[in-house]
Design a protein around this ligand. Structure first.
Ligand code: FAD
Length: 352
């Protein structure tokens, strides 16, 4: 296992099945730069995460072009303490018998299976596929936050060229505020974050922003080759709509672990995971990619009009009752398709 972020979960599962697992982590003391926001479904699927959940989220306020939409449902999401989660998950893997190797993996070890969970700039990805992942910069800072601390914010505006600004409350008057940027605009990250914080009415003195890349890309078609398998950001298991990678990274591990168990037990091949990825993960990830392409293909004013339509048409109520932040299909109602149809047609060729 290379990478002790979500990769430690894979190590834990395989070690608990009695296999010899070595988990390489080149930066065991790392501070994880992440908003830590996950849907309630993520917690239901992965109850071990409850230990790291520090704050409840009851909905989102979305703004674009001076229009605003508030979508609320109690307990729709949670904020995880990512540093606690990183260390806690490695401890869990070690408790199951994983050998923890606190240094960088080099391509000179021998293993029956190699799992690349080495993040967005994976050095294992090129061993598996020639497909390239587009990266964007996620740039965020911890701020003091006096607004509703159970609602996240998603703000489309000039601070972000290909994404949006976000606020994820942490409770106790604190929040993470961040922006996503193309790498071309990354030199302006500090100024752009300042302009977003100004928009929020937050004082910019004493904020200490931190940035990390996020793969926001068309999903990969190939995530295995021979005995090598990719999961998490290394495999672009991130939702291109929001940059969230925890849910799909863990889902990938959930599907990949039994494939490895079978292979090590003498049945099947590691490459079976590619088929499962194509069936269980790729279609959803592609829809998230479509959402990303969509909001970048229309003006912020047009996005604002769509928010206004959502309020007037009753779409907001539907979102509040049935919408799931990880599942684009739950949002695709016939009325929405008609409303965005002409715009959506423009990006269709890219998605096919
Ligand atoms: C600003 C920002 C905000 C985000 N907010 C959210 C959010 O709110 N919700 C959400 O779901 N996702 C969010 N994400 C994305 C989320 O953080 C990632 O999808 C998730 O951390 C991916 O986990 P991973 O284990 O695949 O990769 P990583 O967390 O990057 O872990 C990879 C690990 O591999 C190690 N490594 C790399 N190379 C080697 C090597 N050669 N040898 C040994 N070790 C190696 C690294 O040190 C690292 O610990 C955010 C990301 C950013 C940047």
């Amino acid at each position: 296992m290379v990478g002790g972020g979500l990769g430690s979960r894979m190590a834990e599962v395989l070690a608990s099945e009695g296999f010899r697992v070595a988990l390489y982590e080149k930066n065991p003391k790392r501070h994880v730069v992440c908003g830590g926001l996950v849907s309630n479904e993520t917690l239901l699927e992965n109850p071990f995460l409850e230990e790291y959940a520090v704050h409840r989220i009851d909905g989102a306020v979305i703004t674009a072009g001076e229009k605003e939409l508030a979508v609320e449902r109690r307990g729709v999401a949670w904020v995880l303490d990512r540093d606690e989660m990183f260390r806690g998950m490695i401890e869990r893997a070690v408790a199951e018998g994983t050998t923890f190797v606190p240094r960088a993996w080099k391509n000179n070890t021998e293993q029956r299976v190699l799992v690349g969970a080495d993040g967005a700039t994976s050095s294992i990805r090129p061993l598996v596929t020639e497909e390239r992942a587009t990266l964007l910069l996620g740039y965020q800072a911890e701020i003091s936050w006096k607004e509703d601390d159970h609602l996240v914010r998603v703000d489309f505006g000039p601070w972000s060229d290909v994404f949006f600004g976000w606020v994820i409350p942490l409770g106790n008057g604190r929040a993470h505020a961040g922006i996503g940027l193309s790498l071309n605009a990354s030199g302006e990250a500090r100024e752009r974050l300042r302009s977003y914080l100004k928009f929020l009415g937050v004082k910019t003195r004493r904020v200490r922003p931190e940035g990390r890349v996020i793969p926001v890309s068309r999903p990969l078609r190939r995530v295995t080759r021979e005995n090598i398998l990719l999961v998490g950001d290394a495999a672009v298991h991130t939702k291109a709509s929001t940059g969230g990678g925890i849910r799909f990274g863990l889902k990938a591990i959930h599907y990949a672990a039994p494939v490895i168990v079978r292979y090590l037990g003498g049945e099947g091949k590691v490459e079976e995971f590619n088929r499962i990825h194509g069936r269980e993960l790729y279609p959803s990830l592609k829809l998230h990619w479509a959402v990303h392409r969509f909001y970048n293909s229309v003006s912020r004013e047009e996005l604002g009009k769509i928010l206004e339509w959502a309020e007037e048409s009753g779409f907001r109520e539907r979102l509040e009752k049935e919408g799931q932040m990880d599942d684009v299909r739950s949002l695709l109602t016939p009325s929405l398709i008609v409303r965005i149809g002409a715009h959506a047609l423009r990006i269709l060729p890219e998605l096919l």
